[in-house]
Design a protein around this ligand. Structure first.
Ligand SMILES: [Zn+2]
Length: 170
């Protein structure tokens, strides 16, 4: 099949026409494959503990432009990745964390995206042949996507809600 590289995440995807997200800018093939990854994750509760990582990793690899909605989306997903990866946030508390992080949304500023978002993309997750493999790739995907934003890590850490996470170590 004819493939092309997504201009944002750099993954190789089918070269197709089709819809894309309103502000998470990607190639149509990338958006389509991500949809299939999500469909797989919704198909079984086995994926519950990595599903939010997939959503966050995809969002921060497709930051879009510097409009307010994109700025807030990128910030909230980076904050949640930080909570998962640096503070051991559990999947069942992810929604609460997201809501808390969103409360400060007017203080978020535009973060200049890195030139590379890491070597793992939704295309790698889609290729996984088992639940175990899928989950392992997602964890690597989230880690490398978070690492890609390392020049902004201190800014993001300063955005973490200060009072809402009694269950995590701060
Ligand atoms: Zn992409």
């Amino acid at each position: 099949m004819d493939t092309c590289q997504c201009f944002s995440c750099g993954g190789e995807y089918p070269n197709i026409d089709g819809p894309v997200h309103r502000y998470m800018a990607s190639s149509p093939g990338c958006w389509s494959v991500y949809g299939k990854v999500l469909a797989r994750e919704y198909s079984s509760s086995d994926y519950f503990d990595v599903h939010r990582l997939s959503v966050d990793a995809y969002a921060v690899q497709h930051p879009g432009s510097d409009d307010r909605q994109s700025i807030q989306s990128v910030a909230v997903h980076l904050i949640r990745l930080c909570l998962f990866l640096e503070h051991g946030l559990a999947a069942e508390h992810a929604n609460t964390a997201m809501l808390e992080a969103g409360k400060d949304k007017h203080s978020f500023i535009y973060l200049e995206p890195p030139t590379s978002f890491g070597l793992i993309t939704a295309a790698d997750v889609y290729r996984a042949k088992s639940v175990k493999a899928h989950k392992a790739v997602v964890k690597e995907w989230a880690r490398t996507a978070w690492d890609a934003w390392s020049m902004h890590h201190n800014t993001i850490r300063a955005w973490l809600p200060s009072n809402a996470f009694g269950r995590i170590n701060r």
